[in-house]
Design a binder for this molecule. Structure first.
Ligand SMILES: Nc1ncnc2c1ncn2[C@@H]1O[C@H](COP(=O)(O)OP(=O)(O)OP(=O)(O)O)[C@@H](O)[C@H]1O
Length: 265
């Protein structure tokens, strides 16, 4: 996957996008294109504008300047509800409705679209299987009776319900223990490939970004500081980018120093 800033026919295109909240420029003159089928990770410190960029993409908020395109269309010309149907969104906390069962949470979008009940039930079963939940035990549970990892699987299933081609994910695995996080990351990566999705995922974790994404965009102070494959980023002249990339390497070195080099671990 090439590290070009703007592929010739981007699935999502950001051209000089700016968004301010009062005097604060949360997103500042950002240009970037994401190719069809690409998995892009956005990495950056707290407050660097990552969530704002995702929310601009599905018109939860509106940009002050610049243009955003989805499948070549300016999103200003797409009805926000229709746009959100084409873009799945997964929240850090899962964002599930606490009073609705797993099945009803997953089926909420088809229901709002007026899909007949039997079709919703079929789609829900299909999605439960797709995200590897257990239909028998989990289908009728409330979110409070699920583990964090299971809740995130429901969040992914719900986001996929309207068969979007694009998935936006805001720190989807951030609050999970490392093993669950790894498993969910791997499972999502294969879903991304199998369903030929285009995915933009925010993560604080450079290791996760390197392991899951084709390309990484680094944001700082609302600006796109650097972007490229991990190998390309490692050639960056920017000290913040290099520092971000050094963290996973340091972790590996420390682990290697502590753990035996062979054996079960
Ligand atoms: N609705 C809002 N009103 C005012 N300021 C906002 C609003 N939404 C975001 N901001 C500000 O914009 C900046 C960017 O916020 P954003 O949530 O995009 O950052 P982030 O990179 O996603 O951070 P985090 O990693 O902590 O989630 C922050 O300073 C934040 O306080």
């Amino acid at each position: 996957m090439s590290g070009r800033l703007m592929p010739s026919r981007p699935m999502i295109g950001y051209m000089h996008v700016t968004k301010s909240f009062g005097p604060l420029r949360a997103v500042d003159d950002l240009s970037l294109g994401i190719a069809e089928g690409e998995f892009l990770a956005i990495v950056g410190g707290s407050g660097s504008g990552k969530t704002t960029l995702l929310r601009l993409t599905n018109r939860l908020i509106e940009a002050d300047g610049g243009t955003i395109t989805v499948e070549g269309e300016d999103i200003q010309n797409i009805d926000p509800v229709a746009l959100r149907r084409r873009i799945g969104y997964v929240f850090q906390s899962g964002g599930l409705f606490p009073h609705l069962s797993v099945a009803d949470n997953i089926g909420i979008t088809p229901k709002l679209l007026g899909t007949p009940a039997h079709e919703i039930a079929e789609r829900v079963d299909e999605l439960i299987e797709l995200v590897q939940l257990d239909g028998t035990t989990h289908r009728d549970r409330l979110p409070e009776a699920l583990s964090g990892g299971q809740r995130q699987r429901v969040g992914v299933a719900r986001a996929l319900a309207a068969k979007p081609r694009i998935m936006l994910m805001d720190e989807p695995f951030g609050a999970l223990d490392p093993l669950t996080r790894d498993a969910l990351g791997d499972d999502y990566r294969s879903l991304h490939r199998r369903l030929e999705l285009t995915t933009v995922m925010i993560t604080h974790d450079m290791t996760e970004a390197i392991l899951l994404a084709d390309r990484i965009a680094v944001m700082r102070g609302g600006r796109l500081l650097a972007q490229g494959t991990p190998a390309e980023l490692s050639q960056s002249g920017d000290s913040y980018v290099l520092e971000l990339l050094r963290t996973p390497r340091r972790q590996v070195e420390r682990l290697n120093a502590v753990l035996p080099q062979s054996g079960a671990a």
